[in-house]
Design a protein around this ligand. Structure first.
Ligand SMILES: *Cc1c(COP(=O)(O)O)cnc(C)c1O
Length: 274
């Protein structure tokens, strides 16, 4: 048994209880918000999926969340996510019976040269914002598969399944430089989506956005919904709308989000700067 397993087994029960309580409050908010959705945003009654963003928090918290039934976690920096994913996988595999790891969703800005690292553990990338990144991710998935076939890499999720890519949209492209939340200009979404759909090893999931600062999130997410609807005319299967964080979950679900990315309301406050 590794030390981490012992840690979790003898977990400081307080932290687990705190996470359980916060998680159930967030799940209740998702349920309530989903019940308020209008018919056309209801996705046939399917509940929005919860991606718990665990950045800044240790592997032990991811293990606790996994034991509480969380199936998807989000990270925004490869340096942090890579080792964390490896640690979590090792501990879960050593449990009796083994527990399947959570799906890792990469939600942060991604440099193309990090693509080959990210595809070792991630099954989703929410932050595809330029053509060069599409190229790098496709190449990285194919190289990973080659390495797995040659037995020189531990298979990650994309060894057998295409990497799900979301086109991140900048909902306030006129914002002053520095205040942008990232993403592609709305006019560039169609071209990026076509590139993802055409790349071997990638699957076009849909769109993602972060609400602009100092803006009404309901209005912003309405814009994202319209962009998603346009995209689906060309790619009917690209139905994912990843929107909503701790502060604007309700607005996102009302506007048709299929996935919400919640960090601090599940894990607690994190340092503002790193
Ligand atoms: C950190 C982060 C989140 C979660 O934010 P909270 O406000 O803590 O819920 C969601 N999406 C992205 C892209 C993030 O970087």
């Amino acid at each position: 048994m590794s030390e981490t397993t012992v840690d979790v087994a003898h977990a400081d029960a307080g932290r687990t209880a705190e996470l359980a309580q916060r998680l159930s409050a967030v799940r209740q908010r998702i349920l309530d918000a989903a019940q308020q959705r209008s018919e056309d945003r209801g996705h046939g009654g399917e509940l929005p999926a919860l991606v718990v963003v665990t950045k800044f928090f240790p592997a032990e918290d991811v293990l606790r969340l996994r034991n509480l039934g969380v199936r998807a976690v989000g990270e925004n920096r490869d340096q942090e996510a890579g080792p964390k994913a490896a640690e979590v996988a090792e501990v879960l595999a050593s449990q009796d019976p083994p527990v399947s790891p959570p799906a890792w969703h990469f939600v942060g800005q991604l440099q193309s040269n990090k693509a080959k690292h990210v595809v070792r553990y991630a099954s989703w990338v929410h932050s595809v914002d330029r053509l060069s990144l599409v190229t790098a991710l496709g190449k990285a998935v194919r190289a990973h598969r080659q390495a797995v076939a040659e037995d020189t890499a531990v298979p990650g999720p994309c060894a057998t399944e295409d990497l799900t890519c979301l086109v991140q949209v900048d909902l306030d492209p006129e914002a002053t430089p520095g205040s942008s939340r990232g993403g592609a200009h709305p006019d560039d979404v169609a071209e990026l989506a076509r590139a993802v759909a055409a790349a071997e090893g990638l699957r076009l999931g849909g769109v993602m956005a972060v609400a602009p600062r100092d803006a009404d999130p309901a209005e912003a997410f309405e814009k994202l919904w319209e962009i998603s609807q346009r995209l689906r005319k060309e790619h009917p299967e690209a139905r994912v709308v990843s929107a909503g964080m701790s502060g604007d979950l309700e607005a996102a679900v009302a506007a048709g989000a299929t996935h919400v990315r919640i960090g601090s309301d599940v894990l607690g406050p994190r340092p503002a700067v790193r």
